[in-house]
Design a protein around this ligand. Structure first.
Ligand SMILES: [Zn+2]
Length: 359
């Protein structure tokens, strides 16, 4: 599995929600040799199709966007005031290196913070709001910042630094570039199917699972599998809430719900859940059943497209969600690809809607 190089290219490509052009170009090059046709739909989703001889249409999906920031204001002194795009924890921003994507090219900056010696005790104890943070790009005036290309509405991301922690990979945007790699790797493994496969690399998941919904409407698949990241263990999490372990194989989600940010949710149809579990068990692929009640994926909107689309969920565990140091296991990515391929191979004409008529 040519994993580290491909994963590195995927992670290094910028793609904050709403500006996915750079990462889309990178994925398109990887996708072309694996499918019959590649196209971009109206919202910007990248879709690769491998046509089969049969009628069944299977959609496999991962989002290609990532959390980021947006420039709200450039002040007279050249400081950049910004807000978040997607669910970044404010604490994850302090002192971080950022890249702002301008029309003149990427501009590097750092999120400034008031020095500890200058804080009152009360200030030191208090959480810092993103409204109090600025990005320092080295400009000394608004004119200098504008000369560098920075303007209101420019999007940015964490700087793309990749580390290896033993056999784990640590980088921003593992969510969901690992899922994008899983789709590509699953396509490499899948050969000679009767079904047509639509591999969708969706836009704008991090701002409300938008692209997957319209892609599914356009494709009108009979069945879908979403690949995203999930929550791996760390010393601050409760195993009763997030039982999925890094290195333990892909998460097989049964149910997800998120009421805190938006009324999103999805319950995997039992028939499809069982198919995925059987594929794992008979293929000797490790997997972990999981339920998440504080977050949602593209499955939460995708399954509502058209007259409803049975949707499964296969996930890669990662720590430190939406931070510059997300951590995941390469073996989980590989096992997720194996499980996506093994599940797709089990889908047959019985999944066409006409076969479900009650006699
Ligand atoms: Zn994600």
């Amino acid at each position: 599995m040519a994993l580290p190089e491909d994963l590195e290219s995927l992670i290094k490509a910028h793609g904050p929600s709403g500006r996915e052009d750079e990462v889309r170009d990178v994925i398109a090059e990887m996708l072309k040799p694996l499918v019959d046709e590649v196209y971009i739909d109206s919202l910007g989703n990248l879709i690769g199709v491998r046509y089969g001889s049969g009628e069944l249409k299977i959609m496999v999906e991962a989002h290609m966007d990532e959390v980021g920031i947006v420039v709200r204001y450039v002040d007279d002194d050249g400081w950049i005031w910004f807000d978040r795009v997607g669910g970044i924890h404010e604490r994850s921003l302090l002192g971080q290196r950022m890249t702002i994507l301008t029309d003149l090219g990427p501009v590097k900056g750092v999120v400034g913070l008031k020095g500890r010696h200058l804080l009152t005790e009360e200030e030191a104890r208090r959480a810092v709001s993103v409204k109090e943070m600025w990005i320092d790009i080295g400009a000394r005036s608004r004119a200098e910042a504008e000369d560098m290309g920075v303007k209101i509405g420019d999007l940015g991301t964490f700087e793309k630094r990749i580390h290896r922690l033993k056999d784990l990979v640590c980088a921003p945007s593992i969510d969901d570039r690992s899922g994008c790699l899983v789709l590509l790797e699953a396509l490499r493994r899948l050969r000679g199917l009767d079904a047509s496969i639509y591999a969708v690399f969706a836009v704008m998941e991090e701002v409300g699972c938008r692209g997957a919904l319209t892609a599914a409407y356009g494709i009108d698949p009979d069945v879908a599998i979403v690949v995203d990241t999930t929550y791996g263990e760390d010393p601050a999490t409760d195993v009763r809430e997030t039982p999925t372990r890094i290195g333990g194989g892909p998460g097989v989600r049964v149910l997800e719900a998120s009421w805190r940010w938006a009324p999103l949710g999805h319950t995997v149809p039992r028939r499809l859940l069982n198919l995925i579990v059987d594929a794992a068990e008979e293929g000797g692929i490790p997997y972990q059943r999981e339920v998440v009640t504080f977050s949602a994926t593209d499955a939460s909107t995708l399954h509502l497209a058209r007259a409803g689309i049975p949707t499964g969920e296969i996930l890669v565990a990662r720590r430190y969600s939406h931070s510059p140091v997300e951590v995941a296991s390469l073996s989980d990515i590989e096992d997720a690809a194996r499980l996506v391929a093994a599940s797709v191979e089990r889908l047959d004409a019985e999944w066409r809607p006409g076969h479900r008529r009650i006699k």
